[in-house]
Design a protein around this ligand. Structure first.
Ligand code: HMG
Ligand code: MG
Length: 308
């Protein structure tokens, strides 16, 4: 076992991919055990040392809705010395934005839904009410000089509503872009997408004047499709991919959401394809194995298991 994949490039893929690491947020929001704030801070520092340059840190949501991230005010200041690392945080509303800006957050993310059922479950709003809630958030964030990512959940399927029509996803995507989101992350919250569906959605978004360079993909691995879907997105020209160290994650408000695409599995594929990420796979794997010990269960990432 070499610990590194053999490098064999394929035509038509980007030379570099930016990994948007979500383990500390999407991963830890779903843990049953409370993770101490100093462990979270160490996790994020270790991820940065492993070469990740965009690390989603936490969420400024209602603490009763996501108690796992109720320590955002304690955590964020502990990351102050991480120079050169982008530390986006989730905010659902103006209250969340004010909390984030007060601590000096420079990147925020709002999170909408393509379906009514999930908008209600996750935000206690209809799809359009959520967009109305985001409007002043995006405006005020931009006035404060922060960049804004728009997440869109349930882009492929929804646990209550089943398959989600592409036109429905395109409509909400357009609204998020019109609100001023710099980037749109397409969430397969419950992991049901397959590669042809990914290509079809990306093509439809391009046809609605949303260029590929504004798009990121956010795959969950429920049905083992996350890497195949990622390859389809890369072939379409996407260069920002969300992933979670060790495959931590899910969403407390979507029953069938399991772990995100594991960052290690992604890095193994990207490095095998000769695509640069800046990530040291050995260092990252050690970090995820360390975090799995803190959580008291093995990492679901195949790569972490293979290399540990
Ligand atoms: P609500 O109950 O409708 O809240 O929840 P409200 O607006 O009626 O306000 C009620 C009280 O909460 C008020 O206090 C507010 O001040 C307070 P009161 O006046 O009664 O004393 N409040 C807050 N306090 C602190 N921070 C805040 C905040 N907002 C209101 N930000 C709300 C609406 C949006 C707040 C709630 O539904 C919520 O917090 N939801 C967050 C759910 C969440 O974080 N889900 C996980 C992230 S999404 C995800 O994981 C998917 C993703 O990974 C992509 C994918 O995979 O698809 C991104
Ligand atoms: Mg997610």
């Amino acid at each position: 076992m070499t610990g590194l994949p053999m490098r064999v490039p394929m035509d038509g893929l980007p030379a570099r991919v930016r990994i948007h690491e979500v383990g500390a947020r999407d991963g830890l929001q779903n843990e049953q055990v409370a993770v101490p704030v100093e462990v979270k801070a160490e996790f994020i520092h270790r991820l940065a040392q492993a070469g990740l340059t965009t690390i989603e840190a936490t969420s400024f949501v209602h603490p009763k809705w996501v108690p796992q991230l109720a320590d955002a005010e304690e955590l964020f200041p502990r990351l102050a010395e991480l120079e050169g690392v982008r530390l986006p945080v989730l905010v659902p509303n103006e209250r969340g934005l004010d909390r984030a800006l007060a601590l000096g957050a420079k990147e925020i993310a709002v999170f909408g839904s393509a379906t009514e059922s999930f908008a209600k479950a996750n935000l206690n709003r209809t799809v359009d009410e959520a967009l109305t809630m985001f409007e002043p958030v995006v405006t005020k964030a931009k006035e404060a000089g922060a960049s804004v990512r728009g997440y869109l959940s349930m882009c492929f399927g929804d646990p209550w509503e089943g398959p989600v029509p592409i036109e429905q996803v395109v409509r909400v995507s357009r609204r998020l872009i019109e609100l001023g989101c710099d980037e749109l992350s397409l969430g397969d919250t419950i992991g049901v997408a397959t590669p042809g569906h990914v290509t079809a959605l990306l093509t439809a978004l391009n046809a609605a004047d949303i260029p590929t360079d504004r798009l990121a993909v956010h795959f969950h691995d429920t049905y083992g499709q996350a890497l195949a879907n990622t390859l389809a997105a890369l072939q379409h020209g996407v260069t920002t991919v969300d992933a979670s160290a060790g495959g931590l994650g899910g969403c407390p408000y979507a029953k069938s959401a399991t772990g995100n695409l594991a960052t290690e599995d992604l890095v193994w594929m990207l490095h095998g394809l000769g695509i640069a990420t800046g990530v040291d796979l050995g260092h990252l794997t050690t970090t995820s194995a360390w975090m799995a010990d803190r959580l008291g269960r093995p990492s679901p990432s195949r790569t972490v298991r293979a290399l540990s």
